[in-house]
Design a protein around this ligand. Structure first.
Ligand code: MCN
Length: 742
């Protein structure tokens, strides 16, 4: 026991020794006796009718156990792969079965599955499946897709329009009529391909003896996967267990329930053997969701001295060929963020979701909000240029005054707490902003071929996707809570059970710190159990930077409950009144007589033995909590990126990157730095390197890492990071999420 506080301290990640020494359990490491493997025949065309499929030759290939088409598996499904976000009542949801039977709608659309004794035999047999495709006209461009007579991705829907979603707040026409200036821009959010280090992978098995199905999957969402797979495959929920073993990153792309997971499960049911599927990288580029893919038309009305009066946004959002779990909701998350850190009167946003013959889109780090941050930051820069004002000044002019209680926004939501001025002041100081402008002027005047660019982002974003009522009101079905249990074992060691499902974010370390402080034990004495629906039955998983502000807080609250009970037992043991018991550093003592004390370990032992407990008290020292916060959290910050642009070659070199972020109190500074490093790198990637490029026929031109440029360490700069601390009123720890802030 110790009186140190671990939260905020430099605790090294407990997960790392296993990860960096090859002792992790990736799904592909799981090898079960008699295990079969499958591979998918994927469409080589973006749009074609399937006239016939002949699998007879493939069935004869060495090692092949079975080959199935959509028709062969039809009986296996109780329901299609669902879309879980009903953004409007008339949302058009195309039927999405794990294998397609009538036609293919994007390059990579799965049409048949080959099951074999090993992965190589399955892959080798794919080319023996004969599919007679009748090519159809392809539509990849959203504006083309909305035109009369465009090829239809889903004929039965009669249109490529998925939905139209409006948001209106304030009198927008009045705001624009009062304006001295209106700036209007179109920004393109190119499609991106998420690149987790570990591609997707799934193993399914029927548990020996009991007969329950077990699915191991490289997923961010074992709990959601359990509900979805149970209903899609017609398995009673209690007969299905989903385990997310070590997961090598997701960045939103594993916040989904995929056809391959469902196929794996039904194959194990049908064939009576364990089955594995592992995605290869080029398959990942076609078959895992893509991110972004929006056309943003944005207009800003302002006064001549730079005060914003109103904003109009019209978005086209590329759904791709089908709706995955959250596809239509992603741009809507963004819709609430276009006003950003600026307060003004009127806001109007309209989003149209559009089907195209491309891989479905869905959540990719930030999911709608970085798109919004990008557009609002660029249009504010455009306003500054129009008015010949300093971009920092225009920002400051439109900032909220500092506040620490929920405050309404132009988009009709409530921000939790801000002190934007402090973050901006600090980043300007860090960057030596005056000096930079001076250097920029000098280079401009001397005609230096290398010019200096100074880019700003003063951002906020919705993190801590949570309140159940809000999630329900937005069509996301609710269940935005998170659960935790804290169990103090008989020896005084601690088990924390969490419903979050980390895949790189270090929850084992962070939750250990939280429990250690609350209970006065060492983080090394805390075991964190996660990612298995049998041992962590309640959970809503990890995405939307919700894990700390919802799940970590649940750990904190469960630990408080444990301390409450422990206090009663300690009072009984010390023969003192409960009100006289003080708790500090893992020790309960009687106020005024510090010598009369017991440790939490002694209390845990007494609670376990139950030989002498207060009258009527149940044995054991554990507690469970469901935390459903009243609001989201809104981290914010101010970033400055300094680039040198070679005007003769166009080459951009990032010279410096300064960031002052505010995510409330920090649990683990190194983890937060790491989260920011990664997020900023992904922003740089989109700005300078990455794009999923399709040709007119719907072929993915950037189909491998040779063409799709994921930046490496040489392409990202050294970051200068600092933080301010503005606690959130949304939870008792005051914490805000940070996983997508960078
Ligand atoms: N943290 C902290 N103090 C704060 C805020 C956060 O110490 N004030 C710590 C938390 O304790 C936690 C980590 O930072 O260990 C991230 O917490 P949080 O912001 O709650 O985000 P989540 O854990 O919910 O992570 C989700 C987020 C998302 S949405 C994407 S996408 C993303 C990201 O995390 N994908 C990642 N970061 C990733 N990092 C890795 N390595 N891999 C991914 O796939």
């Amino acid at each position: 026991e110790t009186a140190e506080r671990y939260v905020g301290g430099g605790v090294l990640r407990k997960e790392d020794p296993a990860l960096v020494t090859g002792r992790a359990t990736w799904t592909d490491n799981i090898k079960l006796p008699g295990m079969l493997h499958f591979a998918l025949v994927r469409s080589p065309m973006a749009h074609a009718r399937i006239n016939s499929i002949d699998v007879s030759a493939a069935r004869e290939q060495p090692g092949v156990v079975a080959v199935f088409t959509a028709e062969d598996l039809r009986e296996e499904w109780a329901a299609p792969i669902p879309c879980g976000w009903q953004v409007t009542e008339d949302l058009r949801v195309p039927e999405h079965w794990p294998l397609t039977g009538d036609k293919v709608r994007y390059l990579g659309d799965p049409v048949a599955v080959v099951v074999a004794e090993d992965r190589y035999a399955a892959k080798d047999a794919l080319e023996f499946v004969e599919v007679d495709y009748e090519p159809l006209d392809v539509v990849t461009d959203m504006e083309e897709a909305l035109k009369e007579g465009a090829p239809l991705v889903h004929e039965d829907l009669g249109t490529n329009e998925c939905y139209t979603w409006p948001l209106q707040n304030g009198d927008i026409e009045e705001a624009f009529s009062r304006a001295d200036v209106v700036v209007k821009e179109r920004y393109i959010q190119q499609r991106l391909i998420p690149n987790a280090i570990e591609p997707r992978a799934t193993v399914a098995q029927r548990e020996p003896g009991r007969g329950r199905f077990v699915v191991y999957s490289a997923t961010q969402v074992p709990h959601i996967a359990k509900s979805v797979l149970a209903s899609s495959c017609g398995i009673p929920e209690q007969d299905l267990r989903v385990i997310a073993p070590d997961v090598g990153g997701g960045f939103g792309s594993k916040l989904n329930v995929y056809a391959e997971e469902a196929i794996c499960l039904v194959l194990t049911r049908k064939l009576g053997k364990p089955v594995k599927w592992v995605e290869d990288r080029s398959e990942n580029y076609q078959g895992t969701i893509h991110g972004r893919g929006q056309i943003q038309d944005i207009e800003l009305a302002a006064t001549s001295d730079g005060k914003i009066l109103g904003m109009k946004v019209r978005l086209l959002a590329d759904m791709g060929a089908y709706l995955q779990l959250l596809t239509p909701g992603i741009p809507i998350l963004g819709a609430f963020m276009y006003p950003g850190v600026y307060t003004f009167g009127a806001y109007h946003c309209q989003i149209k979701g559009v089907f195209t013959n491309k891989t479905p889109t869905d959540a990719y780090r930030g999911a709608g909000r970085p798109e919004a941050a990008y557009a609002v930051e660029r249009i504010v820069d455009a306003l500054a240029r129009r008015l010949d004002m300093d971009p920092a000044e225009v920002r400051r002019k439109n900032f909220y005054e500092p506040f620490d209680e929920p405050t309404g926004t132009p988009a009709g939501i409530q921000y939790d707490s801000f002190n934007l001025q402090r973050a901006l002041d600090r980043v300007l100081e860090l960057a030596d902003y005056e000096g930079l402008r001076e250097e920029q002027r000098r280079r401009r005047e001397s005609g230096d071929p290398v010019q200096l660019g100074i880019g700003f982002s003063t951002y906020t974003e919705i993190c801590g996707i949570a309140p159940s009522q809000v999630a329900a009101a937005l069509g996301g079905g609710g269940a935005g809570w998170e659960a935790a249990s804290v169990r103090v074992l008989s020896s005084g060691k601690v088990e924390v059970v969490t419903g979050t499902s980390p895949h790189g974010q270090g929850h084992v370390t962070s939750w250990s710190q939280i429990a250690a402080d609350a209970l006065g034990v060492s983080p090394d004495d805390v075991e964190v159990i996660h990612g298995d629906t049998a041992s962590a039955p309640w959970g809503r998983d990890t995405y939307g930077s919700r894990s700390l502000p919802v799940g970590g807080v649940a750990v904190y609250l469960a630990a408080q409950k444990v301390v409450e009970k422990a206090k009663k037992i300690a009072a009984h043991m010390l023969e003192a009144a409960e009100g006289d018991i003080e708790f500090e550093g893992g020790r309960f003592s009687v106020r005024g007589s510090p010598d009369r004390n017991v440790t939490i370990q002694q209390v845990a032992g007494a609670a376990f033995l139950a030989a002498d407990l207060p009258e009527g008290m149940e044995p054991g020292l554990s507690a469970e909590t469901f935390f459903d916060p009243p609001n989201f959290t809104f981290p914010f910050g101010a970033h400055i990126c300094v680039v040198e642009v070679d005007t003769e070659t166009g080459k951009v070199r990032i010279r410096d990157y300064f960031a002052v972020d505010d995510c409330g109190p920090v649990v683990n500074p190194q983890i937060v730095d790491g989260q920011l490093h990664g997020g900023i790198a992904q922003g740089i990637a989109q700005a300078l390197y990455e794009e999923a490029v399709y040709d007119e026929d719907g072929n993915l031109v950037t189909g491998s890492m040779v063409d799709y440029l994921v930046p490496g360490a040489p392409e990202v700069p050294r970051y200068t990071l600092e933080r301010t601390v503005t606690p959130s009123p949304s939870n008792p720890m005051g914490v805000k999420g940070v996983g997508e802030a960078g």
